[in-house]
Ligand binder design. Structure first.
Ligand code: ARG
Length: 463
């Protein structure tokens, strides 16, 4: 049996190499290669700073910076040989750099450690994902605004307890989701602002005795400032948890909308027709058109919450500063990010492509005594009744309509007068669903005019 040699990157004190199982549990290269470009970006900034501060020579820094670009092109071109023995992306890159440029490569790791390096790489990666999430949310909001504008005055039933409550407008319903995704957008922007501090130069945990310039690397990498405590810098994964918690809330919003689309596209509801591009057929039932994309979006929440809970458990109870536990941060975040971006893109596509079935919406809007509240309000407004009494009178009329198997607008004036003698024919004006929604003019209400105000407000916000 050939004895494995110790690791060339850190094996000075080791006589033998690791056990194969140790290598398998220890290595992160299988997944952290996704941070290759961030790793190289960070190292290039670090090398430039080492030269600017006179810690290494300009020519060494130049060789390092050029060599790193060669490594990047090998990785991007798919010719790079990743090695599990070299554990992670940091050592794979540095080892290859050594093969390409020789001795100067060994000077790159001056004044830093893999602990600040991995925190920096991961932050840069997560920051890119925050930017992608921002773009995805804006695109989704724009798709919803398109639907809201087109259908600002299309009536549909509004529900509470999934029971018909009052008529609302299609535009209003779409705008409810615009508000939700708008809050998600704020959360994304806040979290990105909060996380934008550079861990680079915190070194292993205590900082370094080399005269490094952390402000310079922070600026080169687009951070607002260097993080102010080296222990915190290498042991902080709040940025990943912020990412996952914003992702979780957004995914929850996506799942609610996805659930509505599943219900709405059913034969029983027929509120919307999803486009063929976002549906599938059944292999056995020829009549079926399934809302698979919506169902999958609804389900993606599970993985995203799982990642959020998982990383919280990894971080819980960890003493300062870096512990290898923290290597378990990445796969969950990668998976959650992929799921989140895909779910948003699929939802945007579905929203753009779906058709509201205006006739079904309108018919459903008028059923279930949905204008009962309008009747009660009329009794208050026109007859000056206290609302509680009006509620009671309306209740009697709903019972009467139920008995006659008709809807409120189908009752006769005599029926109305049987409940309260002062009711006049004017009452029928408020019983139509269109009248009902038109009258809901309170700020943020469902009236088409209010919906259009909100659509305009959001268009201005997104400008
Ligand atoms: N692969 C490691 C990680 O992802 C990099 C940091 C390793 N640091 C160390 N001291 N072993 O966390």
């Amino acid at each position: 049996m050939t004895k494995k040699t110790s690791n060339t990157m850190w094996g000075g004190r080791f006589a033998a190499g690791p056990d194969a199982i140790m290598e398998a549990i220890n290595a992160s290269i299988g997944f952290d290669q996704r941070m290759a470009s961030q790793d190289i970006e960070g190292s290039r900034a670090h090398a430039a700073m080492l030269a600017a501060t006179g810690i290494i020579t300009d020519s060494d820094a130049e060789a390092i910076r050029e060599g790193l670009l060669t490594v990047l092109s090998e990785i991007e071109g798919g010719t790079f040989q990743f090695s599990t023995a070299l554990e992670d992306i940091h050592m794979n890159v540095e080892s290859r750099l050594k093969e390409i440029i020789g001795e100067p490569a060994g000077r790159l790791h001056t004044g830093r450690s893999r602990n600040d390096q991995v925190a920096t790489d991961f932050k840069l990666w997560v920051r890119d994902q925050f930017d992608a999430a921002e773009a995805g949310l804006i695109a989704l909001i724009q798709a919803l605004l398109g639907q809201a504008e087109a259908g600002a005055d299309w009536v549909m039933p509004g529900f509470t307890h999934l029971q018909t409550a009052q008529p609302v407008t299609w535009g209003h319903h779409m705008m409810a989701y615009v508000e939700m995704f708008g809050r998600d957008l704020s959360r994304v922007r806040d979290a990105r602002k909060c996380m934008n501090e550079s861990p680079l130069g915190a070194a292993a945990l205590a900082g370094t005795s080399f005269p490094i310039d952390r402000h310079m690397t922070a600026e080169a990498l687009g951070f607002d400032r260097p993080s102010a405590n080296s222990l915190d810098a290498v042991s902080d994964r709040d940025f990943a948890l912020d990412f996952l918690s914003v992702a979780s809330i957004t995914a929850m919003h996506l799942s609610r909308f996805a659930e509505e689309l599943v219900i709405w596209s059913s034969a029983q509801f027929r509120f919307v027709t999803l486009s063929d591009r976002f549906s599938t057929g059944s292999s056995i039932m020829p009549q079926k058109k399934n809302p698979d994309a919506a169902e999958l979006i609804r389900a993606k929440v599970g993985r995203i919450y799982g990642a959020n809970t998982g990383l919280m458990m990894v971080m819980k109870g960890l003493p300062l500063a870096y512990s290898k536990d923290m290597q378990e941060d990445k796969e969950q975040v990668f998976d959650a990010a992929d799921s989140w971006m895909l779910a948003m893109a699929a939802m945007e596509g579905m929203v753009k492509d779906m058709t509201a079935n205006r006739d079904s919406l309108k018919a459903a809007a008028g059923s279930g005594f949905s204008t009962a509240t309008d009747l009660a309000d009329w009794l208050v407004r026109v007859l000056g009744m206290p609302f509680r009494d009006a509620h009671h009178v309306t209740g009697t009329l709903v019972a009467l309509a139920e008995n006659k198997d008709c809807d409120l607008p189908d009752l006769t004036l005599e029926d109305m007068k049987s409940a309260h003698e002062h009711i006049t024919a004017e009452v029928f004006d408020v019983l139509g669903v269109q009248n009902s929604v038109d009258s809901r003019m309170s700020y943020g209400g469902t009236a088409p005019a209010q919906v259009r105000i909100q659509v305009r407000r959001w268009k201005d916000i997104l400008k």
